[in-house]
Write a protein that binds this ligand. Sequence first.
Ligand code: S3P
Length: 431
Amino acid sequence: MPTASDATVHPARALHGVVRIPGDKSISHRYAMLAAIARGTSRFHNFSAARDCASTLACIQQLGAAHRRAGDGAIEVTGVGETLQAPGVPLDCGNSGSTMRMLGGILAGQPFMSELFGDESLSRRPMARIIKPLSEMGAEISSSDSGRPPLKIQGGHLKAIHYKPEVASAQVKSCILFAGLFANGETTVEEPIRTRDHGELALRAFGADVDHHANIATIRGGQPLSAIEAHIPGDLSSAAFFLCAAALFPGSQLSLPGILMNPTRARLLDILIQMGLKITVGQIEQQHGELVGAIEVQGATWKGGTIAGADTAALIDEIPALAAIAPYSENGLEVRDARELRVKESDRIAAVATNLRKMGAEVEERPEGIRIPGRQKLHGVEVDSFGDHRIAMAFAVAALRAEGETVIHASDAAGVSYPTFFNDLRSITSE
Ligand code: S3P
């Protein structure tokens, strides 16, 4: 029995048109948080529509940084400077690991106690990765069993550290650099693999000196931030669903203007080209250190391939979509070194394997990856989002080439990153 949160996706014949992708989620979180501790009012055009970013805005509001939507659609955040207001209530991070982990870094430097909690999925996610460095810097943090939320953070004066995280995580890197603003001396993060650098670029945009090259980033404490005005580029990880959809139909042709082209995220485009898509990028511009460009994509023969090592880290958010379309490829897809996928909003390896098998595919699930043979046929059935936005959208894409219609339960999870996804998908699909 379908419910309001189910989406039915019909097989498509081709995809044509223009999709305007909402602002990047990773940048929107960081800009909002830094705007809260900056002096003055920041203005953000094309701020992410994601529920996750609304969680960040609601949290900073509780910390004294008011926000409002201006007449031209921009989000304005009025900063309170480096010392926020003690929140009267626990801070609700919703489904957003980014909110909890990165705001945690700022709260570690504040002269008060705060509590951060999240929904059922966030309550299962590992926080030891931020508790350990922030405790070394001097914050007092308690969590529920084995480092899961809720977190209680007693902040204060911090001391600088040189930290080498075990997992490659941009959220952890940003958390430590944000905390580094409140530390005496220079804080350095040395990552095992270079991750997205939006935190470093955002700190610079707000006026802080950050030294970053390769996998090492350093910030000096005590630097004041000043408000900015910025246009946030379209989210490449959201665009990825349309790029994967285009891969399914050789005749498809899509334009995606104004998309984030930051090199630490754009490895996706190289891999998609290797796997068979025809992609051109034009109108490259730069704002506050972030590159943006217009993508034109055409479907061709979809070959598939292997994703491993640093590529797995660089494509971590796009792997669900690549895996969901892998059965339609010529050579299949193998994903390795993807243990982190098991601790995202859902266990994404298990979720992809379960849904693909339901649709009739053969799948080999591995502890740290997945192998999906190519040249398989999928049929439309009922699948689940597992409450995970990227799983909901990945299977909407897979459904476009299935035989018969597919029902995606709890498809409203898509709103966590992309509330208008199903409408946008419908607008470019010919059945
Ligand atoms: C993000 C980093 C990645 C990614 C998440 C957003 C960020 O998480 O999966 O969607 O904005 O820094 P990890 O840092 O846990 O790898």
